[in-house]
Design a protein around this ligand. Structure first.
Ligand code: BT5
Length: 261
């Protein structure tokens, strides 16, 4: 199957993508994008690798990245403040979910950064930001938006023991060229990232596509465990939990569904 063509990708997202770096194998596309950011690469630089030897998730977790998946990192240099950075993960999750739904895969978003199909993870989003001092307080130097999407691979190839995963191939029973996936994903990302400051429509999508809202969940974050009913996602993209001791707003964490709900 044809690997990707830089010019075709550039054509897909004229206002979002300014440069494309295609690699055969890297440690992590996040790290490549970070190195490019350090040498002043412009916002809109997209790194895609066929494989990653050291793909990473949040908190130093390993991200399985064999050939066949879409492993990409987009360097962004947003004008808005760091307080809006969590919205980037949420906006990208909607873009990925919409792309999958467009391909016929019934994707749902598990807060904050997982895309699931029937409870199995098919994609993960990782937005890493760098905050620098500005004239009017801290501002975002850059954000590296990483997206990993299991496309033309079998979930067993990922070597994951503890969690079940899904892939586009596994769901559709056929391969979908990565170029076709990108031809939906890039325009979706462009639309969603344009709506970071006016987040109302994204919030509506997040609520509709959520696999988390309406469930009793246990959330672990920074050594703390909170249990409650996931009642809403707030305008910053934070999860609101109704707990015994009242409403708790969470900006990060790992969600586990509690039985029976
Ligand atoms: C994430 O972390 O879900 C963010 C993943 C971001 C990956 C992209 S790929 C391109 C870019 N370059 C990188 O190096 N990273 C980004 P987290 O929520 O921490 O989930 C990690 C967990 O997901 C692992 O501990 C495994 O349980 C599971 N996992 C690992 N690889 C997987 C895969 N390919 N598919 C489904 N689940 C996976």
């Amino acid at each position: 199957m044809k690997w990707l063509d830089e010019k075709d990708i550039l054509r897909l997202g004229r206002s979002l993508i300014g440069a494309v770096e295609l690699r055969e194998e890297v440690g992590s596309t996040q790290e490549v994008a970070r190195e490019l950011a350090a040498v002043d690469a412009p916002g809109g630089t997209l790194v895609i690798s066929r494989r990653q030897a050291g793909g990473k998730g949040r908190l130093g977790r390993v991200w399985g990245s064999p050939e066949g998946g879409l492993w990409m990192s987009l360097l962004l240099r947003p004008d808005f403040g760091p307080e809006l950075a969590p919205r980037i993960t949420q906006a990208a999750s909607v873009a990925v979910a919409r792309t999958l739904i467009g391909l016929g895969v019934e994707a749902r978003i598990k807060w904050p950064n997982d895309i699931l199909v029937g409870g199995r993870k098919i994609s993960g989003v990782l937005a890493e930001s760098n905050t620098i001092p500005g004239e009017n307080g801290p501002r975002l130097g850059f954000v590296i938006l990483g997206i990993g999407l299991n496309v033309n691979l079998d979930p067993e190839d990922l070597g994951l023991s503890e969690r079940r995963a899904a892939s586009v191939r596994g769901e559709l029973g056929r391969d979908v060229p990565l170029a076709e996936v990108l031809s939906c994903l890039i325009p979706n990302l462009e639309t969603m990232l344009d709506e970071i400051e006016d987040f109302r429509d994204t919030l509506k999508d997040l609520r509709e596509l959520s696999d988390t809202l309406g469930r009793r969940v246990r959330v672990r974050r920074l050594g703390e465990v909170v249990e409650g009913m996931a009642v809403d996602i707030d305008p910053e993209g934070a999860l609101m939990l109704s707990t015994r001791s009242g409403l708790v707003t969470l900006f990060e964490g790992d969600v586990e569904r509690l039985r029976g709900v």
